[in-house]
Design a protein around this ligand. Structure first.
Ligand code: TA6
Length: 282
């Protein structure tokens, strides 16, 4: 079952429910902000202080960062993480191949505003498959006559029982750029423990990751394709307190594992070709 609702701010939301799970997707940003398997705790984290209003990305779920990740290298005062996550997407189709699977396709119309930031002809679609796993595929198509370069991320906020009992596996021995030290390159060597602010872009890796969440007695496995970067982020105490839409103690129950193509892992899309980045969560 899929139904379209909206909140008092007129925020359009798709609500999905099937035998396997329930999910919610905001049309702004094609933003998946809820995914809960039947009889289990939610897998995605959303801040209780999140704004659900036009022009501001929901704080949590899976923000779509596109056509750049982080600050725009040439124009640092342009919107952080691009314009896709604050633009209104269109609901294209929904299919239910079986009682436990719902596939929703959304597309980003070429907004006039976006043209100022990204003067190219593109098609951008997000395919969300809700079943006993959650799969999100972001496809960029170059429908113009000149190549363009993008960076991108499915900036996924995962819900954990208690951050001090979490370890992230799969990125051992992968080089990362540390955003806390001007993207200085370092090498990971052990499973990641989050006991301070962590803001790392792991580079040139296609590895799957897993989040071992002892408190909730579960392991979340994050697989990916079409992605060479994995971003790991937790704002910790000060940064969490500094964000109006991020609950002050929210850092204790979330970690971002972001399937991305960031920094030197940028993607060039030639005319007439397309590129798909997929994140699958189970
Ligand atoms: O993915 C990590 C990061 O780039 C952090 O540096 C922090 O800025 C985070 O994204 C959240 O960004 P936002 O613009 O959503 O507040």
């Amino acid at each position: 079952m899929t139904q379209q609702t909206h909140n008092d701010n007129g925020f359009e939301i798709l609500e999905i429910k099937n035998d396997s799970a329930s999910a919610k997707i905001a049309l702004q940003g094609a933003h998946v902000f809820e995914y809960t398997r039947t009889d289990e705790a939610p897998l995605l984290w959303v801040s209780p202080e999140s704004f659900y209003r036009p022009g501001k990305a929901i704080r949590g779920g899976i923000p779509v960062c596109w056509p750049w990740f982080g600050k725009n290298a040439e124009y640092p005062d342009w919107p952080q993480h691009g314009f896709a996550r604050t633009s209104l997407w269109e609901f294209v189709s929904v299919e239910e191949p079986d009682a436990g699977t719902t596939v929703v396709i959304l597309k980003l119309p070429e907004p006039e505003s976006g043209r100022a930031f990204f003067p190219y002809r593109y098609g951008l679609t997000l395919t969300v498959t809700v079943s006993d796993s959650l799969s999100v595929a972001l496809t960029t198509k170059n429908i113009g006559d000149k190549p363009f370069v993008i960076t991108e991320a499915l900036h996924t906020y995962f819900s954990v029982g208690s951050i001090d009992a979490v370890t992230v596996h799969g990125l051992e021995s992968v080089t990362y750029a540390d955003n806390l030290e001007s993207f200085k390159h370092k090498s990971g060597d052990a499973p990641i423990v989050i006991d301070r602010e962590v803001d790392r872009v792991y580079l040139d890796t296609e590895h799957a990751c897993s989040i071992d969440d002892v408190a909730l007695n579960r392991k979340i496995v994050v697989e990916k394709s079409g992605s060479r970067s994995t971003v790991v982020w937790n704002p910790w105490i000060d940064k969490a307190a500094g964000m109006a839409d991020f609950s002050d103690d929210g850092y204790k129950t979330m970690v971002c594992i972001e399937t991305a193509n960031a920094l030197e892992d940028f993607v060039t899309v030639p005319p007439g070709e397309s590129h798909t980045m997929t994140q699958s969560i189970q």
